[in-house]
Design a protein around this ligand. Structure first.
Ligand code: ADP
Ligand code: MG
Length: 203
């Protein structure tokens, strides 16, 4: 099932999704649009951030299950994505199921993330930011704080997972392939050329 007016940004760390989310948020400040991320800002998401920082060590299967639980609340909880889109808002999320499929598959195999994410609705559009990890690693290091997944070999494998996932989902929803090596301005213009044409934004 596709959830209309729900859009996600995906890509390896340092690909620029958070930068573009902020730019889009600015352009849409007078529109019925909400901006969110995974892990969420909820308690479930805060716990996951501690895990990603390496402060809490857990079995990879547990991490995959926690991501799914956090997503469940993100979608179906009070003031969640479902409720917001039903009320006529656009919702844009920095990361969604594809992150889980790409990252967690490296650590606990493909089956568990697939099973855990099978029943969640698909977004109307996925903007997939594709970038060589040797570039993203430099961007992350300039940013300062690093997380457990931010190692070049790990990100290389994650990028490969992403590419095969995008191939798999291209007939199931709209996938927009972003060359994330491009300048911040060019990427933001490409995203805007699509978002600005959505009926919910045009009206
Ligand atoms: P992500 O959220 O995908 O991990 P960020 O948006 O936080 O990545 O960007 C990581 C770093 O890379 C930031 O310092 C940001 O300013 C820089 N950056 C983002 N997009 C680009 C781009 N297109 N070209 C060069 N640097 C970028
Ligand atoms: Mg980010």
């Amino acid at each position: 099932m596709i959830l209309q007016n729900f859009i996600v940004f995906e890509g390896i760390d340092g690909a620029g999704t958070s930068t573009q989310l902020k730019i889009l948020q600015d352009k849409l400040r007078d529109k019925p649009a909400y901006f969110t991320c995974e892990p969420t800002e909820l308690e479930t998401g805060r716990f996951l951030r501690k895990v990603l920082k390496g402060d809490i060590k857990l079995h990879p299967d547990t991490i995959a299950r926690l991501f799914a639980a956090d997503r469940c609340e993100h979608l179906f909880g009070n003031n969640g994505i479902l409720e917001l889109t039903k009320k006529g808002n656009l919702v844009v999320s920095d990361r969604y199921i594809f992150s889980n499929l790409a990252y967690q598959s490296n650590e606990c195999g493909k089956e568990l993330p697939r099973a855990l994410n099978a029943s969640f609705p698909l977004p109307q559009i996925v903007f997939y930011f594709d970038l060589d990890p040797s570039i993203s690693i430099n961007r992350i290091h300039n940013r300062g704080v690093t997380e457990i997944y931010e190692k070049k070999e790990f990100l290389q494998k994650t990028r490969e997972q992403y590419l095969s996932i995008m191939e798999e989902y291209k007939d199931k929803t709209q996938i927009v392939f972003i060359n994330a090596e491009d300048s911040i301005l060019n990427v933001s213009e490409k995203i805007w050329s699509i978002i600005s044409e959505l009926p919910i934004i045009k009206k």
